[in-house]
Design a protein around this ligand. Structure first.
Ligand code: B1M
Length: 217
């Protein structure tokens, strides 16, 4: 692995908040592709952190500081991932489901969607069905994107889809789902329109979903 990417990865794993932004900035200044920084250093760093947590080598406070360090790195990368084209390709509401505070993956997906020209409304984390539906009724987006990282919060995705059905909104919006424990079979089972394994799949899927028919009013 490239030495600079290795240093960025280590900074996240070792919770070096004071150093991460300088390291990421230096890599960008030297011409490293921002997507490479995200995909080959920042994301793999969280896998290392996840393994350390699973092995009880670190605990929630340490995991949290690594997450903050990663977010600080993402802040530096974000402006370089914006698309040149200002015309919106479609509107997407994004959120993590009720009970789920893991927002790093969602934020990366948002960065990539924005870079691809979508207008994204980020509702943040821990969104219950009621609040999501109220926002959908008010904004009327093309797509709803739901993210979940915990096996315990996955059922919330199904509840949102059931909530849309109950309100007669299901035909008016496409629903895409993602997050580490989500799989295509789960997406099919709960009646989602699609599943993205990572941020670039999410962009491809969003483009494809916009081409599918939906009831507009
Ligand atoms: Co948590 N956590 N965590 N955690 N955490 C996991 C998920 C866990 C796997 C760790 C482990 O045990 N190895 C485990 C879940 C086990 C399970 O459910 N089976 C776990 C646990 C148990 C917990 C707590 C319960 C711990 C506790 O309190 N005892 C607790 C729960 C809090 C809650 O949500 N209610 C908790 C807390 C936290 C922190 C707050 C400390 C922190 C989150 C900080 C934050 O996000 N702001 C945290 C972290 C950092 C992790 C790990 C280490 C890293 C997650 C991450 O950011 N990954 C994680 C272990 C791991 O994943 N290796 C772990 C990097 C990120 C880029 O990947 O989110 O998968 P990901 O996103 C990808 C794709 O999934 C996809 O694209 C992204 C980019 O490629 N994607 C989508 C995501 N959303 C998408 C949506 C789409 C399409 C694609 O369309 C809409």
């Amino acid at each position: 692995m490239d030495e600079q990417l290795k240093r960025i990865m280590e900074a996240v794993v070792n919770r070096q908040k004071g150093e991460i932004q300088g390291l990421v900035k230096a890599a960008i200044d030297e011409g490293t592709d921002p997507n490479t920084i995200v995909e080959d250093a920042l994301i793999p760093a969280m896998d290392v952190v996840g393994k350390q947590f699973a092995d009880s080598d670190i605990f929630v406070p340490e995991m949290l500081v690594s997450a903050l360090t990663m977010k600080m790195g993402l802040e530096v990368v974000k402006p370089f991932m914006k698309g040149e084209d200002n015309k919106s390709k479609g509107t997407i509401i994004m959120a993590t489901v009720k009970g789920d505070l893991h927002d790093i993956g969602k934020n990366i997906v948002i960065m990539m969607l924005e870079g691809a020209g979508f207008q994204v409304i980020d509702l943040g984390v821990d969104l219950g069905v009621g609040k999501l539906i109220a926002e959908i009724e008010s904004v009327k987006p093309d797509i709803l994107g739901l993210s979940a990282l915990l096996t315990t919060t996955l059922p919330e995705m199904k509840k949102v889809i059931e909530g849309l059905e109950a309100k007669g909104l299901r035909d008016k919006i496409k629903v895409m789902v993602g997050g580490a424990p989500v799989e295509q079979s789960f997406a099919d089972k709960i009646g989602a329109d699609g599943y993205g394994a990572d941020a670039s799949e999410a962009v491809t899927l969003a483009r494809e979903l916009l081409k599918r028919p939906r009831v507009v009013n």
